[in-house]
Design a protein around this ligand. Structure first.
Ligand code: PMP
Length: 322
């Protein structure tokens, strides 16, 4: 689908996957005016295809549009168009257990102009790609490197929107962490470099005593849809969940006193990802003996149960495509 100033969004169409012809001066190449989303379609046991909270993705897409000065889209239309697309391409939704069809909607500024201002033309497109299970040998705790040198986002910046620049800014830290044997980076706040924010492509939760803490959404953290769903489930189950500031110091002290019971990340790709180890300024903190905790496991079972239709959708989170 295209956007042209004065005409609005127009010409929605389904075309085979392939290159998009683009002018070398295209604004997105130079000024990074672009946004994207990530979601999945799941095949259930009775062979229907369903989406998990897609309305939330389109709401977040429009929030990203606002920050990046991209014209907003009609969310109901986007959902209907996506259902149609998935229905047309339903054979690509894999059949094997724990596999899904990854869905990547994105918008790019397409004016061929060298000059810094919002574009007057855009392309909205959706890529579909079958994806295998995230954990091939079952749920495995990940090792996380607490980043103290670089920052990913600051308040007032773009941290709360899904735009490529945030991920470009994080590449160097990701490279350095993986050289040290850590699979992901845990970002701290950009001002005091003290408070936990989020992991590369996941929000984070920590079980401290009888409290479950996730960093509050202060503007530099992406408001994850999995995070929102996990907070709702935990509250329903009667856990004491708090969205608040949490420093690395507090985490290390909780670990030293035996109060840090579990940690896990949440995201569309990773679902629930137990965290077994944190390294901050050379200091290693092992969590739950590097094993999967009971809360992580319970959340994983419930969330995947709802997504693949093995458990009833009591929250109204599922949208059927076909
Ligand atoms: N934070 C970042 C930076 C991410 O890229 C993602 C993945 N979209 C998340 C958190 C988790 O968000 P969601 O649960 O909506 O996938």
């Amino acid at each position: 689908m295209n956007y042209t100033e004065g005409k609005g969004w127009h010409d929605p169409r389904i075309v085979p996957y392939g290159p998009i012809p683009m002018d070398p001066s295209c604004m997105v190449f130079h000024y990074a005016q672009e946004i994207f989303e990530g979601m999945k379609a799941y095949r259930t046991q009775d062979d229907t295809i369903q989406l998990f909270r897609p309305q939330e993705n389109f709401k977040r897409l429009n929030n990203s549009c606002e920050r990046m000065v991209i014209p907003k889209l009609d969310e109901d239309f986007l959902l209907e168009a996506l259902k149609k697309l998935v229905e047309v391409e339903k054979d690509w939704v894999p059949h094997q257990k724990d596999t899904s069809l990854y869905i990547r909607p994105f918008i790019i500024a397409s004016d061929a102009v060298l000059g810094v201002h919002p574009a007057k033309t855009y392309i909205y497109a959706v890529i579909l790609s079958p994806s295998g299970p995230y954990y091939k040998g079952g749920l495995n705790p990940v090792k996380i490197y607490v980043e103290t040198k670089y920052v990913r986002a600051v308040r007032g910046g773009m941290g709360m929107v899904k735009t490529g620049g945030n991920y470009a800014a994080s590449l160097i830290a990701q490279e350095e962490a993986s050289r040290e044997g850590y699979s992901q980076v845990l970002w701290l706040d950009g001002v005091e470099r003290k408070y936990v924010e989020e992991v590369g492509a996941m929000n984070v939760f920590f079980v401290i005593g009888d409290e479950i803490v996730t960093p509050a959404l202060t503007g530099s953290i992406l408001p994850g849809i999995t995070r929102k769903s996990v907070v709702e489930m935990l509250k329903e189950w009667g856990y004491n969940v708090n969205e608040r500031r949490l420093s690395v110091e507090e985490l290390e002290a909780a670990a030293a006193s035996g109060q840090l019971k579990e940690a896990f990340g949440t995201g569309t790709a990773a679902v629930i990802s137990p965290i077994g180890e944190l390294k901050c300024n050379g200091k290693v903190t092992v969590i739950n003996n590097n094993e999967i905790g009971p809360i992580s496991q319970k959340l994983y079972d419930h969330l995947t149960g709802i997504q693949w239709g093995r458990l009833p959708d009591t929250h109204g989170w599922i949208v059927k495509c076909c």
